[in-house]
Design a protein around this ligand. Sequence first.
Ligand SMILES: *Cc1c(COP(=O)(O)O)cnc(C)c1O
Length: 398
Amino acid sequence: MSKIDEAVFAEDAASYVPVFQRYQIVLDHGKGAYLWDVDGKSYLDFLGGIAVNVLGHDDPELVWAVTEQAHKMIHCSNLYYTQAQADAAARLVELSGLGKAFFGNSGAEANEGAIKIARKWATRQNPNKVKIITARMSFHGRTYATLTATGQPHYQEGLGPVPGGFTYVDFNDIDELARTIDDETCAVMLETIQGEGGVFTPAGDYLKKVRALCDQHHALLILDEIQAGIGRSGTFFAYENYGIKPDIVTLAKGLAGGVPIGAFVVTDEVAQAFGPGDHGTTFGGNPLACAAANVVLRRVPEPAFLQHVRTVGAYFKTGLEKLQQKYPQLIRDVRGQGLILGAELTIPGRDIVNAALAQGVIINCTVGKVLRFIPPLIITEEQVDEVLKVLDEVLSKY
Ligand SMILES: *Cc1c(COP(=O)(O)O)cnc(C)c1O
């Protein structure tokens, strides 16, 4: 630990609300899939700022777009039009095949807006149509509505009363959903691929059956692709893998490559539920964030870019499966799709993460025992090999 580290740790301990269990490094700058700390040590970044830095660090085109837009105008107000915002919304509509987009500043805000517009749409038909069904082990954010949507009780502890009308079912259990959904259900809200809950993909035709149940009960299907969207699964939207379309999709994390942004995209029919004054934001969709988003929205949907995600993702997953064969007593399961991959351990993951960090590899662990890999989408097979080699070394000590 250097003098700079010690000073920053002390300053943080004295001044920052202690909600983050941080790793003991102070990061300074990055390039591509690498980060450097203040003491000049390099790290291969297989977390990507939690699925945010999709183009890696210091991407020339992204940096240029942000720099140029900052010179022109960082912010105006949603009382006026900007080219950057209109372009970003048009592109999201084009890519999704849905009707209208709205921009906020984060994932939670995107989901909050989606929940609001769903309730507005549903209660116009029937004032009791307010029930929102979400999945256990889901994660939807930390505002009051989204932490209530989040199907993990510990996120709600000590924070009540929380908003009413939320009910939970097991992800991938279509029978439980069939028993729970009814004509007073406003929406079913799911992550297309569960991220924080431990990397769970929808099994078989689960999402098709969810879609059918929603249609049968005239309920909206809201898919939270804040983590799994923006090319991460190997298609631009993760739902494209499962042959369905939601009524509302929410995005954030990778959408502007690291500049804060969130979005919900809805069908034209649902969009009509909101009129002037029904929703709003000061910062959301400002030209700086949208200029960054427009770079991501041009580059990531390119067929060659998505093909790269599928190829390197499959290569990585095969490597993790080989590690599982080598260490069956340590790795219980390998799962995921594209570049959202998980390795479920039989032991706590934090020590593994710390050991990898000491060897210059940044990875992450969720729900205590699932190593989760959500790297920049530009990683190479050589970088995958490097991470697999470090994991092998770390696991061999157990
Ligand atoms: C990260 C995340 C959120 C919350 O996003 P914030 O930007 O932290 O508010 C919501 N849903 C999913 C699936 C996420 O991964």
